[in-house]
Design a protein around this ligand. Structure first.
Ligand code: UD1
Length: 366
């Protein structure tokens, strides 16, 4: 019987951990899974809503870490998680994605001699100003099993000198969650609630420090949105970090004056799935949304200068536009007016990644 601690802490982690926990629970003779929530995200809308929507069991342990600086948040997770690993004495710690929780839990486990499996290994933006890039590099350097979503991730790891035996190409587990929940999402009333007609609106998410922490950049993006909203309604669920910046920079009134802009609290998983899968265009700086729109064939503009998910550009619907207002405006208009781009669903983004991950962990244990 393998004792496995699964770790999640921030919103995108919950989407990845849900299919994994479900799959591990299907194999009770082989695996005893724990779920540890670090509490990196803690607002109802950023955490509990995802557990409910994705039908994730309550965490066995919540470390209640909350927000602070990167060093403090990472260190506090490490201190608290070390006690958990010492108590549970797992065979494996499974971490997902690239958030501070991922890095902190991996460091603790390897130093206690516990094997680490990293789900979503090998992605690289090659932008070390992104905190996530540092988390990816460090986690992949110390993890024992590197479970990759795409072939480019394998190549990145090999180029960094990772032993091929540690790497397993398993596909994209976020797409497992998408497949499992698409039908349930159709029951959401989110379009009616905001008065939106299918394929007649755009949706946006924005929370990266590189977009919202600098006033001039953030104001530039808002300027581009003014043009978009002249063409179509735009719904913008606002991340807590972004909400704080809007208040700090006094941008509330300017946003309120845009008649076709709908600002709302962060939405749950099912509401947001129903929303973007019915949208005409998505603007985002999130990682996961680039992938989800690719699978559903929804045009996506990524408001960043790079992406760690290049396959969403080469095979999917993603266009990396940066944060120059004129470029955003031009690409948004082209997407709203033009035909949808041809796309292909990337290899192994088939909704069956969780079983492949669990098989790989079992195989690596034998
Ligand atoms: C984190 C991840 C990012 C991921 C994002 C998804 C890191 C380095 N960043 O960014 O990769 O894309 O989650 O949402 O791990 N806050 C709340 N309530 C919450 C959570 C956060 O109010 O439940 C506010 C706090 O003011 C906090 C700020 O948001 O200081 C930032 O939270 P944090 O977890 O540090 O990073 P995110 O920007 O959410």
């Amino acid at each position: 019987m393998l004792r496995i601690i699964n770790v999640a802490g921030a919103r995108p982690n919950f989407v990845k951990i849900a299919p994994l926990i479900e799959e591990m629970r299907r194999r009770p003779k082989l695996i005893q899974p724990w779920l540890v929530h670090t509490g990196q995200h803690y607002d109802e809308s950023m955490s509990d809503a995802f557990f409910d929507d994705l039908q994730i069991p309550r965490p066995d342990i919540n470390l209640d870490i909350g927000s602070s600086s990167h060093a403090e948040q990472t260190a506090r997770i490490m201190l608290a998680f070390e006690r958990v690993v010492e108590d549970v004495r797992p065979d494996w710690v499974v971490v997902v994605g690239d958030v501070n929780t991922t890095l902190a839990a991996s460091l603790v486990a390897v130093k206690l001699g516990v094997r680490v499996a990293h789900v979503e290994a090998g992605l690289r933006s090659r932008d070390r100003m992104m905190p996530e890039e540092i988390n990816r590099l460090v986690t992949d350097a110390i993890a024992d099993l590197l479970l990759t979503p795409s072939r480019d991730a394998d190549e990145n790891l090999l180029r960094e000198g990772v032993a091929p035996a540690k790497i397993r190409f398993v596909g994209n587990v976020m797409i497992d969650a998408l497949h499992r929940n698409l039908d349930r999402a159709r029951g959401s009333q989110v379009l009616e609630r905001f008065g939106l007609a299918p394929k007649q609106f755009a949706a946006m998410t924005l929370h990266r420090p590189s977009n919202v922490d600098d006033r001039q950049t953030f104001e530039g993006v808002i300027g581009a949105l003014e043009a978009v909203t002249e063409r179509a309604p735009l719904i913008f669920p606002v991340h807590p970090r972004t909400r704080r910046r809007i208040e700090e920079f006094g941008l509330d009134e300017r946003l309120a004056r845009m008649p076709n802009l709908i600002l709302t609290e962060p939405l749950g998983y099912l509401d947001f799935l129903q929303l973007y899968s019915n949208s005409r265009l998505v603007l985002t700086d999130s990682g996961g949304i680039q992938e989800e729109t690719t699978v559903l064939g929804i045009p996506c503009l990524t408001l960043r200068h790079n992406t760690e998910r290049p396959i969403t550009v080469t095979e999917g619907t993603n266009v990396v536009v940066g944060n120059d207002p004129e470029a955003i405006r031009r690409e948004a208009m082209a997407a709203l007016d033009g035909p949808a781009r041809a796309r292909r669903v990337p290899e192994l983004w088939d909704g069956k990644t969780a079983p492949r991950i669990v098989d790989a962990v079992l195989e690596a244990s034998s």
